[in-house]
Design a protein around this ligand. Structure first.
Ligand code: NAP
Length: 300
């Protein structure tokens, strides 16, 4: 007999809708207080279809909350110098408060050099080396959007995270490492696992909070999850099953019914990522203009 599925589904779509509504109000307040409109510039190099879809979604959602959106679509053969020149212009443009370069870049471009050429105060992806350093040392940083969204959902679900054991599987610069830093800042005891870690299942079984950001479909099985744990599944993997193409996470969702809560894929972490990008743009604007709003949308 199948075990009952008792875990709550963490509704990332609902969290994102709530955050977007608050940001819409905050942007309206900013406009009436300053007469200015926060603006986000997004640069896309090349024609990667998935990146094109993400950039389109960012553009629409930026406009929908009342901000300005500046999309720069550059040809695949754009040179490093051309890209750096555009970044210099955007860094200096007062109407641009946030800058995002859609990754991955074509292989002939130096991604680290490009990211580090963004003004760190406009780096709304939070990938600039200064923002990574600020986050690691507990200073005000622009924080990468995906882990920021994960943290918001965890805090809403659990309240204080202090003293809990968090296991983060994956140590990428964009998800795993900043996620671990954020959880440490919340006084969790944090363990980071990766491809060379011995006995990842045994480690996962000790986690009160399990965040998985690997990119392997359904890697984490039900018996890797401690009963009552909160599971955040960051993975997005396209697979073929029963003759149909579908998206699954890094966790075998159907086996996780004994967790206390889990994010579904799709509909969990993904929707929060764009909402947090908008939130970071509002945060960047407020820091650049030294203003405080009455209805701040982001509490973490
Ligand atoms: P990444 O840069 O490829 O990093 C993957 C990490 O997983 C690496 O640290 C790697 O270890 C580790 N790993 C690989 N195989 C493993 C295994 N068998 N056991 C334990 N660890 C293993 O990936 P990423 O950019 O962090 O993305 C991870 C996933 O999240 C992808 O599916 C991506 O599409 C998704 N994602 C989703 C969102 C969203 O908005 N929902 C945003 C970003 C990413 P090593 O370091 O040792 O190689």
């Amino acid at each position: 007999m199948n075990k009952p599925f008792l875990a709550d589904r963490i509704d990332g779509k609902g969290y994102a809708a709530d955050l977007v509504e608050k940001l819409t109000d905050e942007v309206a307040e900013i406009k009436s207080k300053t007469g200015l409109t926060p603006g986000l510039a997004v640069i896309l190099v090349g024609e990667d279809p998935a990146s094109g879809v993400y950039v389109g979604a960012k553009h629409r959602q930026t406009l929908a909350i009342g901000m300005e959106s500046f999309v720069h679509r550059l040809p695949f053969d754009t040179t490093q110098t051309e890209l750096m020149t555009l970044l210099e212009e955007l860094n200096a443009a007062p109407e641009v408060n946030g800058i995002l370069v859609q990754l991955p870049l074509p292989a002939h471009l130096d991604t680290n050099a490009v990211i580090n050429a963004i003004d760190p105060n406009k780096d709304v992806d939070g990938f600039h080396i200064l923002n990574a350093g600020r986050l690691a040392t507990g200073q005000d940083a622009l924080v990468p959007c995906t882990p920021l969204g994960c943290l918001m959902m965890l805090k809403d679900r659990l309240g204080s995270l202090a003293g809990l054991h968090a296991v983060v599987v994956g140590k990428s610069n964009i998800v795993g490492k900043p996620m671990a830093q954020l959880l440490m800042a919340e006084n969790c005891t944090v363990t980071v696992a990766h491809s060379k870690t011995k006995d990842v299942p045994a480690l996962c079984r000790t986690a009160d909070i399990l965040v998985v950001a690997v990119g392997r479909p359904e890697l984490v099985k039900g018996d890797w999850i401690k009963p009552g744990a909160v599971v955040i599944d960051v993975g997005i993997n396209r697979i073929d099953r029963d003759g149909r193409s579908r998206i699954v996470g890094d966790v075998a969702f159907d086996e996780a019914g004994h967790a206390s809560a889990i994010t579904p894929v799709p509909g969990g972490v993904g929707p929060m990522t764009i909402a947090c990008l908008l939130a970071n743009t509002v945060t960047a604007f407020k820091r650049q203009h030294h203003i405080v709003t009455n209805q701040a949308a982001v509490a973490v």
